[in-house]
Design a protein around this ligand. Structure first.
Ligand SMILES: NC(=O)c1ccc[n+]([C@@H]2O[C@H](COP(=O)([O-])OP(=O)(O)OC[C@H]3O[C@@H](n4cnc5c(N)ncnc54)[C@H](OP(=O)(O)O)[C@@H]3O)[C@@H](O)[C@H]2O)c1
Length: 317
């Protein structure tokens, strides 16, 4: 079985796993051309997957589509507009997916925001939690019938070492309606939720052959950093120079930082680790990168129940 590491790229892994990927249908969320999602979509299309390009802006989806088609003119690409900040939009997108004439083999929940100033979505939820977790929770559950049509369905929940910056605060999910808002604790909460979601999905659906992973892609400068200020760069001095250019582990290429997306989605040798948190294409349990609050099974169940409440719908297996 192939083994990948921190030097692997999305493209090198996709080529090594081409037999597993060819002909599969993969939904990738957050496919803006400069970020990880577009690279993931590009390499999947390159080795013959049918790729659903999901994003909140149709213009950005089309830009990525054009970019992929330039390299792979035969690529089979679908467009899917979805704004994860809006439960109405998520429901409309899921309804479209349910009409596809084929199973969905993998969904890669890659879209997200980081460190945004306080705001609430149209559904009244704090934005980082709503976009990074609640939208994913609702979308994945609504399209579950399509995933379960696949013989080997996988869900990849793109998290971050940001999970160590704060737990899911079940007592006050909205930071006292913004009065106690801390943008990094809010990102931490949402990324902890990404890990917990995979833990609970794996538990609930293992008897249906579904595999779920959370993962830390690693750093690279992308649109994700749009809200970072000079003060933020100074505060994260281990990761950034004062001018905002990355250093150390954060100075990776987009290809390197999109690699674990591909192994999480397709590496057969990872299948036995259902529910795990991956980094550099391997299971990672180092407390520097993964906090106990983010893998706790009771927290995973509590988050599932809270999420059902917040979307107003129960999802029984
Ligand atoms: N870059 C890093 O250093 C790093 C490190 C650890 C983890 N990650 C994780 O990696 C994932 C991808 O991030 P990235 O670095 O590639 O950042 P990015 O380039 O900003 O990509 C994020 C994507 O999410 C989309 N998005 C944002 N809000 C959305 C919404 N409401 N509905 C639908 N889509 C939305 C963005 O669309 P727009 O372009 O329209 O905003 C963009 O396509 C994120 O989950 C992030 O937390 C990144």
């Amino acid at each position: 079985m192939p083994q990948f590491d921190s030097t692997s790229t999305a493209e090198s892994i996709a080529k090594a796993l081409a037999n597993d990927i060819q002909g599969k249908t993969v939904i990738v969320t957050g496919v803006t051309k400069t970020g990880y999602g577009a690279e993931v979509a590009r390499v999947l299309a390159l080795v013959g997957a049918r790729v659903v390009l999901a994003g909140r802006s149709l213009d950005k989806i089309k830009e990525t589509e054009e970019y992929i088609k330039k390299e792979t003119p035969t690529a089979e690409l679908y467009e899917l507009t979805i704004d994860l900040a809006s439960q109405k939009s998520v429901r409309a997108a899921a309804a479209q997916v349910l009409k596809y004439p084929h199973p969905v083999d993998v969904v890669i929940l890659n879209a997200g925001i980081m460190g945004a100033p306080y705001s609430k979505t149209e559904d009244g939820l704090e934005s980082q939690f709503a976009i990074n977790h609640i939208g994913n929770f609702l979308f994945t559950n609504l399209i579950m019938p399509k995933l379960l049509e696949s013989s080997a369905p996988r869900v990849v929940s793109v998290a971050s070492m940001g999970n160590t910056w704060g737990p899911v605060n079940f007592e006050d999910i909205g930071f006292d309606d913004g009065k106690k808002y801390n943008k990094w604790a809010a990102y931490g909460q949402s990324k902890s939720a990404n890990v917990l979601f995979a833990v609970e999905l794996a538990e609930r659906y293992k008897h249906k052959n579904l595999i779920a992973f959370s993962m830390n892609p690693g750093g690279a400068v992308t649109g994700l950093h749009r809200y970072m200020t000079a003060e933020d760069f100074a505060a994260f001095s281990d990761a950034f120079n004062p001018d905002g250019t990355p250093k150390g582990n954060w100075a990776r290429t987009i290809g390197e930082s999109s690699a674990t997306h591909i192994s999480a989605a397709f590496d057969p040798s990872l299948a036995e680790f259902n529910g795990s948190y991956l980094m550099d294409s391997k299971v990672n349990t180092d407390p520097q990168f993964i906090a106990p609050h983010a893998t706790d099974k009771n927290n995973a169940k509590k988050l599932w129940a809270l999420s059902e409440e917040l979307v107003g719908q129960k999802f029984d297996v």
